[in-house]
Structure formats: C-alpha cells, structure tokens
Design a binder for this molecule. Structure first.
Ligand code: NAP
Length: 248
C-alpha cells in the first residue's frame, strides 16, 4: 500500500513538499491547513482544512486515516500545532519530522534588537522610534495596543480583527517583496523602526536588506524553541532523504 504522508502546512515549504511528494510514485500526501487564509491557493495531493481538536484530535486523525509519516511544515511561530504534532507522534508511534526553514542571520550594518516575544517588541519600541512598520502578522496586534503615542503601519495578508494601537494604518499585502519596493516603502512612509518575527526564508527577507541600507533599526522577535526530541530538517530535500524517497 502507498505510504500516507500528512503534511501540516501553511507555509511555502509545505506547499513545495506536497508538490514533490504528490509527484513521487506510490505516495499518498494530505496537506492540512488551519483555515486562517481565505484563498490559500491550489495544493497538490489531498487537502483537509481546520483544527483537529488538540494533540488527541490529531492523534485520532492520524490513526483513522492510516497516516504513516507526519511532517510538521508549519510556520516557525506556529507553536501550538508544533507541540501537538510532537505529542501526537509520541502517542501514536508514527514517525515524525519537522521541516523548518533556517532563521535569518545578521550581517555587518544590521541594527537588530532581538526580543523573545511580541510583548518584548512592544517594550523595546518607544526607545527606538515613533513611526513603526509592523510585519508580525495580524494576530497578536493587541500586544501593541497600549502604545498610543506611536504611529504604526501594520502590514498583513488578511485584515486584522484584534484590538490595534489607536494610531495604526493597515496595509494589506502578500510577499514576496523586492528590496527596491521595501526601500521605497520605508522611505515614503518615513519609517524609523521595523518589527518582524524571525520567520526566515527569502520571501520576506528584502525588508531586512532595505532596513540595513537605510540604517533603520529592526526589532526581531526570536523563534520559540522546538519541542525536545523532534527531528528537524531545513529543506524539502532533507525530508525526502529521511523518508528514503530521494531517488524515486
Ligand atoms: P498555532 O497557534 O500553532 O495553532 C493554533 C491551532 O490552530 C492549533 O492548535 C490547531 O488547532 C490549528 N492549526 C494550526 N495549524 C494547523 C494546520 N496546519 N492544520 C490544522 N490545524 C492547524 O498556529 P498559528 O500560529 O495560528 O498558525 C496557523 C497556521 O498559519 C499554521 O498552519 C501556520 O503554518 C500558518 N502560518 C502561521 C504564521 C505565524 O506567524 N504564526 C505565519 C504564516 C503562516 P487544533 O488544536 O484544533 O488542532
């Protein structure tokens, strides 16, 4: 029987992995999406949408659907689903992998201020500037809601629904972005501090280059740690190798 691979998705890497696995003969792939984005685009293989109901729900789904391998390819900041995946793998005994793109690395000229959380980013902001470009996503904006003196430009893919700072404007946009566009945005909006999560990857890295060139400081929210004992790989090729599918 074809091995059934469940890919927990919501990232470009998950999409790429589903495409590659669907093209491998004799593999069944199902991508799972949380359902946050209204138009997620076409994915290769089967797709299911919505939460499982915690680690137990995920474990039950894995058993019921005969999943042979679980790949957590969710976003580095999607901490709950990653913990649930590790727990579900443990209780079902199904082998599991985490596909996680590497974080960004500072280069000379960068003015990065690492902080452990959105609350930490909010604490750091007043000392760094007044006009803020916030690119940490629409969830968690309430962490900045008390900063009534700062002007925020909130860039996100979907309209925010949580409480926001009073002086906030929303810019709906989906990457990838170019360095030229990001430089123009920082200049035109007279941004004097940028806030981002350490998401890693090329699609949204241009803002860091633009900030470096313009001398704009960056408040960088560092990643949550992976659960203990999980096997993590940085690229789709690494998943194929571990699944022993590289040559198929
Ligand atoms: P989260 O806080 O880790 O997860 C919250 C709950 O959403 C989970 O407990 C689970 O519900 C459900 N869920 C999350 N990912 C799922 C998936 N791939 N399939 C089915 N259910 C899922 O996650 P989040 O930060 O809200 O992110 C949600 C999704 O957006 C993830 O798939 C992630 O890859 C993507 N994403 C997140 C970010 C970010 O910055 N956090 C950025 C870009 C994309 P149950 O407990 O009911 O199963």
């Amino acid at each position: 029987m074809s091995p059934h691979v469940l890919v927990l998705g919501g990232t470009a890497e998950a999409r790429e992995l589903a495409g590659v696995l669907a093209g491998v003969g004799g593999v069944r792939v199902t991508s799972s999406l949380a359902g946050r984005v209204s138009r997620p685009g076409v994915l290769a293989g089967d797709v299911r949408v919505g939460g499982f109901g915690g680690a137990e729900g995920l474990a039950a789904w894995v058993r019921a659907e005969g999943v042979d391998v679980l790949v957590d390819a969710t976003h580095p900041f999607a901490e709950r689903i990653t913990a649930n995946a590790a727990r579900a793998a443990e209780v079902t005994g199904v082998p599991a992998l985490v596909l996680r793109r590497p974080g960004w690395t500072a280069v000379p000229g960068d003015r990065w201020h690492p902080v452990p959380s959105l609350a930490g980013a909010a604490d750091a902001l007043p000392a760094l500037g007044r006009r803020v470009l916030l690119t940490t996503g629409r969830l968690g904006l309430s962490a900045f809601a008390h900063l009534t003196d700062l002007d925020f430009l909130v860039r996100c893919v979907e309209p925010p629904q949580t409480p926001m700072p009073p002086r906030a404007r929303v810019l709906l946009a989906r990457g990838p972005f170019t360095v030229a566009d990001e430089t123009e945005l920082l200049r035109e909006q007279r941004i004097d501090v940028l806030v981002t999560k350490d998401s890693g990857g090329a699609a949204t890295a241009a803002k860091l280059t633009a900030a470096r060139r313009l001398g704009v400081p960056v408040v960088l929210v560092t990643r949550p740690a992976l659960p203990g004992g999980v096997t993590a790989v940085a690229e789709v090729a690494g998943v194929l190798e571990l699944l022993d599918l590289g040559g198929r």
